[in-house]
Write a protein that binds this ligand. Structure first.
Ligand code: SF4
Length: 742
């Protein structure tokens, strides 16, 4: 009898819930080999019951990931000297030489700051770490940023300013223990479905155990399950949070002992929120005062309040202030560092957390260090074996600043890896033009048909999750070892290997001599020793043998000894050891509606699609769930604008236009419209919603306000399609990733 091939365990490579997956091989004794739609042997995924974060649960994206791994892949490096030429295949040797030549020329002509890399929460921690060592260490520029800038940087800044360090204080078990769950700016039902189902199951099994509050301008699937839904006007959440604080104080719901012993800046905070009276807040937010009072009553020192948030809070020009406004409520009521309570950011990507730990933003260094801190730079320089002063003391270019630098002609090399900025950035037409103004655009991608590939000079085929070993950290600080269980696709290579190879070719052989991802991880984890995110006790070996672990996990820790929650001792990593109340005043939207553009366009995600669809766009079941992007519009607005249900509708902002079919619904507030963010110009139903968005960003976190801009909508005569030049490029590029090209 033939023995079945064993399954392997890994973390889902989609959202930041980071569910455990069990992967089953294509061939099992006595069964036909499972194949995807292109005939490639296909691994199938199911929930891993042994994974503590998800306990066997999985959503449709994770369950279908096996269908995406071999389709539409880039097989070999491709190069063209200018964007109007066709790509031609080149060897890895030629590709790497092109990169190192460009780096050396740029260093000689303009200096290291004319080089930038834009990475991704799709990276494994090892990829992230070596990108930092290459850019910030070997080259001496801090111009590494990641798509976490568009996703989580307001959470990072908010935690750091209020609590002294990045790091979500809570864990998923808190969903089972909270008495109040406040979901603000998060459509958890569609974007983090496994967590949402955990909360809903608890509520159904134990009626009355938890009150769910949803704060969202849109009546999402999440809001439908709420006990209280506050459909506030877009951009008014900070005022709402101040209003809740005002009422908590008025009703003596604050935790005086906690405030006295463990916080600072209370008096200025008190003075700010004193001005946000219930009547003023209710009018400002467009909600009944009664509802505001009901929510404020739930925030009380005697409750266990868990606050969950994601993009609706972070993607705002006052994103950091709103994060801090929410943390204020937890400090006011002492709801932090204890079971069932705390502020808890839900990460969009599978390893955005690992990126933060590895220093993967332009102002960070590994181990939650920052580039402006002399001591931090010195520690990292020493660990990396570079001379003192090698790491620049100023933050590098953030994501949008990299685009602006290309516009000015200040960047001669832009290296994009594992992300698709030509769907996810704001003002997409500006990004396209900027990329045409850069001497060499390198795109490292697993898939050949990403929108960004069409504006690249050099395409590098990347081995993706399942083909390379590495670690990822999910939203609750749990690190999972992700093994390589499939062969590398075509000539693809893991990003960390490519970064190391470039480092060696630039003369840093000693610094980049690694034989395995395990060696890279070992070096990284030692750099976290003594930091808030201490994971010096973790290694590939331990994670592989003992399963996923939460940090902090200092050297010598036993498996499962990682801390579930941060700050249980109420000691915060600030100079005083105390957390800090913030005092920001609400500003509202950067681009409010006006007579010309009277509607607020807000964007979000569908359950069955993930980000820019490079993976999920290849799964027929998911395409059937969401065949096209739909413009949600309120019945009264539709009537005023003579827009019919199902009719093609044009939407315009100050920056661009698109068309989409209208869906008339009460889900959306009057005065607002909604579109999903997934469909880029390579999709049949192209709908470049971020082309309409502006570039105004939070001044602290530099995270753009991708959640709202002012638009006008009207019946459309015909659909807006990609220009002919782009369509031709699509056809040409697809030659290189058809199966025949293998
Ligand atoms: Fe993957 Fe997120 Fe779905 Fe879990 S909830 S299976 S991590 S996409």
């Amino acid at each position: 009898m033939t023995t079945p091939t064993p399954s392997v365990r890994s973390q889902c490579p989609y959202c930041g819930v980071g569910c455990g997956l069990e992967l089953l091989p294509p061939a099992q004794p006595g069964q036909a080999v499972k194949k995807d739609e292109e005939g490639n042997p296909m691994w199938t995924a199911r929930g891993d019951r042994s994974h503590p974060s998800s306990q066997g649960q999985v959503c449709i994206k994770g369950a279908t990931v096996g269908e995406t791994l071999a389709r539409g892949r880039l097989h070999q490096p491709l190069y063209r000297a200018s964007l109007d030429q066709d790509f031609e295949p080149v060897s890895w040797e030629q590709a790497l030489q092109t990169i190192t030549d460009q780096i050396q020329t740029t260093l000689a002509n303009k200096g290291a700051d004319a080089i930038a890399m834009y990475g991704s929460g799709q990276f494994h921690t090892e990829d992230y770490y070596l990108a930092q060592k290459l850019l910030k260490g070997a080259l001496g520029t801090n111009n590494f940023d990641a798509n976490s800038r568009l996703c989580m940087s307001s959470a990072v800044a908010g935690y750091t300013r209020s609590l002294g360090s990045d790091g979500p204080p809570a864990c998923y078990d808190d969903l089972d223990h909270c008495s109040v769950a406040v979901l603000i700016g998060t459509n958890t039902a569609e974007c983090h479905p496994v967590l949402f189902q955990r909360l809903i199951k608890r509520k159904k099994r134990n009626p009355g155990s938890v009150t769910i509050v949803v704060i969202d301008p849109r009546r999402t699937d999440t809001a439908k399950a709420a006990d209280i839904h506050l459909p506030i006007a877009p951009g008014t959440d900070l005022a709402l949070l101040h209003g809740i604080a005002h009422l908590v104080m008025r009703e003596n719901g604050q935790d005086v002992a906690f405030i006295d012993d463990h916080t600072e800046n209370y008096k200025p905070f008190f003075d700010v929120v004193a001005r946000w009276t219930p009547r003023k807040v209710a009018r400002f937010c467009g909600i009944p005062e009664k509802r505001l009072r009901e929510v404020a009553e739930l925030f009380h020192r005697k409750q266990r309040v868990l606050s969950l948030w994601s993009m609706g809070v972070n993607q705002r020009r006052e994103g950091t202030a709103v994060v801090q406004g929410l943390i204020n409520l937890h400090l006011l009521t002492g709801q932090i560092g204890k079971e069932g309570a705390g502020p808890f950011s839900l990460t969009g990507q599978p390893n955005a957390m690992g990126g933060r730990e590895a220093g993967g933003l332009a102002h960070l260094l590994p181990g939650y260090r920052i580039v402006t801190n002399d001591q931090h730079r010195s520690e990292v320089e020493q660990a990396w074996g570079f001379p003192q002063g090698q790491i620049a003391a100023t933050p590098g270019l953030g994501a949008w600043q990299q685009v602006e630098a290309m516009e000015r002609g200040d960047l001669d090399l832009w290296w994009v890896a594992a992300t698709n900025p030509l769907v996810s950035m704001p003002e997409l037409d500006r990004v396209k033009a900027a990329m045409q103004n850069c001497a060499l655009v390198v795109v490292s991608e697993a898939y050949a048909d990403s929108e960004t590939s069409h504006y690249a000079h050099l395409l590098l085929p990347a081995s993706q999750w399942s083909e390379k070993a590495g670690a990822m950290t999910n939203s609750e600080r749990r690190v999972t070892y992700c093994p390589a269980y499939r062969p590398r696709h075509g000539q693809s290579r893991p990003d960390w290997e490519v970064f190391a190879e470039v480092g060696r070719r630039l003369g840093f052989e000693q610094h980049f001599s690694y034989d395995s991802a395990a060696e890279v991880y070992a070096e990284f984890s030692q750099l976290t020793e003594g930091r808030v995110c201490d994971m010096s006790g973790l290694s590939h070996e331990l994670l592989s043998e003992s399963g996923p672990q939460q940090w902090p996990f200092p050297r010598g820790s036993e498996p499962s000894q990682g801390a579930k929650r941060l700050y249980s001792d109420h000691q915060f990593p600030t100079p005083s050891g105390k957390a800090r109340f913030s005092t920001d005043l609400p500003q509202g939207l950067a681009e409010p509606p006006c007579d010309t553009y009277p509607l607020v366009l807000t964007v979000g995600r569908y359950l069955g699609q993930w980000h820019t669809m490079t993976r999920t766009g290849k799964v027929k079941r998911l395409q059937t769930m969401h065949p096209e992007p739909l413009l949600e519009i309120h019945p009264e607005d539709a009537s005023d604008l003579q827009i019919k249900d199902g009719a093609l509708t044009a939407v315009s902002s100050r920056r661009g236009h698109l068309t989409a079919r209208a869906k008339i619904t009460n889900r959306i507030r009057k005065g607002s419209v909604f579109l999903p963010m997934h469909w880029g110009f390579t999709q049949d139903q192209a709908c470049e919603v971020n082309a309409l968005m502006h570039d105004q960003a939070c001044p602290v976190s530099k995270q753009p306000e991708l959640k709202a801009c002012a638009v006008i909508a009207a019946p459309a005569v015909s659909a807006i399609k990609p220009p002919e030049q782009v369509s031709n490029q699509l056809v040409k590029l697809r030659r290189w990733f058809s199966p025949a090209a293998q």
